[in-house]
Design a protein around this ligand. Structure first.
Ligand code: NDP
Length: 445
């Protein structure tokens, strides 16, 4: 890294001690911005890097709630309002026991560039809690969501900060949070949350958007080589919202996804994933991947290792951060995997990213490849503001156009800065310059 960039990174590490994921996300962006900073010295002169790595606001709060047995629990809530240069803060809420300030900060930081890439006028933010919804009754989840929103409602609003879902936060949780927000404010601000139910302001295609968008991004990358997904074997990790709809779109495009996973292990189904069964198990029954295996002859559950041990042409990590390391990358490359598109945020470790870039395969980083979710959230906000609702085909057409545009911006930026085909540089440079230019226009704020 150049001196000026290295100095900013060192300051981030010193100021945000112990926040390893945040350091990792900042390092990845700063490293790839070297040629951008060299070409445009006014970014350094305006201290854009120093300002962009510091959240505009960080909120941390107590979330007390009572379980079904009457026992009191205390979780910690977070909202990081990272950057509002391009529009209201926008980014999901994650409910997972691993959540801490560093994880929310890494996600919020990534979100700035992702949202910029969508070109839809949305700033970057993220939030969540170390609450674990697994095994909790609907009533317990509701009480937790109500307590969480009681504090969060002071900080959000349709023109201020618009949260959505992420790991552990789906339609049920958004519903409970929206209900509480509406009660506290006495106001039906549909645009305050996205990922809402269709009957109360949600958008068609929002559920499918992140997974669909990731696969569309993979298809666009393949098209640059005159290839496509048809006939390709695909490994998917995760079995939540992103994974399920990545599998659906891959199947629609003629590929054969043969794996998915959760924290108990991964499933291999060589005949191709039975998507109806997977949806029944995960979406309807909220079960585990082992419930799929017990009802699907020929499939097997593997509790050691990762889906990346299975030889495939395409890998779609759709579970969580750092779920694909240098060794996994080497295994995938040895088996001939030539495309990786990230549905999850930062699923590949720095060693894995380096291996993919060195091998020159088609590697689409999450901030570009999984931007379809937030893009469709912005489409939901647009429909809420216009008090209208588009049909599925219209919303999907808009999502497809946005994903194509993001892909093409990455390609163009990678070429402009001298590394054609490097989607990491492309995504970071294209996302960064748009935010940086607006930050300069707004003055020192
Ligand atoms: P879900 O909660 O719907 O699903 C998460 C899946 O990943 C589950 O199968 C879960 O298994 C698995 N998983 C989570 N944490 C771990 C872990 N530590 N180890 C192993 N498996 C794990 O979340 P989403 O599908 O919404 O999110 C998945 C990823 O996509 C995240 O990185 C998220 O940030 C990213 N993303 C999501 C967007 C969205 O629109 N939802 C938008 C853009 C990115 P288990 O149930 O066993 O924990």
């Amino acid at each position: 890294m150049q001196d000026v960039v290295e100095k900013v990174y060192e300051q981030v590490v010193a100021r945000n001690r112990g926040e390893a994921e945040f350091h990792q996300a900042v390092r990845e962006v700063l490293e790839s911005l070297d040629p951008v900073i060299a070409k445009h010295p006014h970014y350094a002169e305006n201290a854009i890097l120093e300002r962009i790595v510091e959240p505009e606001r960080q909120i941390m709060f107590r979330v007390p709630w009572v379980d079904d047995a009457g026992q009191v629990h205390v979780n910690r809530g977070f909202r990081i309002e990272f950057n509002s240069a391009l529009g209201p803060y926008k980014g999901g809420l994650r409910f997972h026991p691993s959540v801490n300030a560093g994880i929310i900060k890494f996600l919020g930081f990534e979100q700035i560039f992702k949202n910029s890439l969508t070109n839809q006028g949305i700033g970057g933010g993220k939030g969540g809690s170390d609450f674990d919804p697994h095994g909790r009754s609907d009533a317990e989840v509701m009480r937790f969501c109500q307590s969480f929103m009681t504090e969060l409602s002071r900080h959000i609003g349709p023109s201020t900060d618009v949260p959505a879902g992420d790991i552990g936060v789906g339609g049920r949780e958004i519903g409970y949070m929206f209900g509480q927000y509406k009660r506290l404010r006495n106001s039906y601000d549909a645009g305050v949350l996205t990922g809402k139910g269709l009957a109360w302001g949600g958008s068609l295609v929002r559920t499918e958007a992140t997974g669909y968008g990731t696969v569309l991004f993979a298809q666009s990358m393949l098209a640059t080589k005159g290839d496509c997904l048809e006939g390709k074997k695909v490994a998917v990790s995760g079995s939540g919202n992103v994974a399920i709809y990545a599998i659906e779109k891959a199947q629609q495009l003629g590929a054969t996804p043969i794996t998915f996973s959760d924290s108990s292990g991964y499933v291999v189904d060589e005949a191709g994933v039975d998507l109806d069964l997977l949806k029944q198990v995960k979406e309807v029954e909220r079960g585990r991947v082992s419930d799929y295996v017990s009802r699907r002859p020929g499939s097997r559950l593997v509790t050691e290792g990762r889906p990346w041990d299975v030889p495939v042409d395409v890998a779609l990590p759709c579970a969580t951060q750092n779920e694909l390391d240098g060794e996994d990358a080497a295994t995938l490359l040895r088996a001939g995997c030539a495309v990786v598109a990230e549905g999850a945020n930062m699923p590949s470790t720095p060693e894995a990213v380096e291996a993919f870039l060195e091998a020159g395969i088609l590697y689409g980083p999450g901030k570009a490849a999984n931007a379809g979710g937030v893009a469709t959230s912005a489409l939901e906000m647009e429909q809420n503001a216009g008090r209208t609702r588009w049909d599925f085909a219209t919303a999907e057409e808009k999502l497809t156009a946005i994903m194509t545009d993001i892909h093409d911006s990455c390609v163009a930026a990678a070429e402009e800065y001298g590394r054609p085909g490097d989607y990491v540089l492309g995504a970071n440079a294209a996302g960064f310059t748009r935010v940086a230019d607006v930050m300069i226009a707004h003055g020192i704020v």
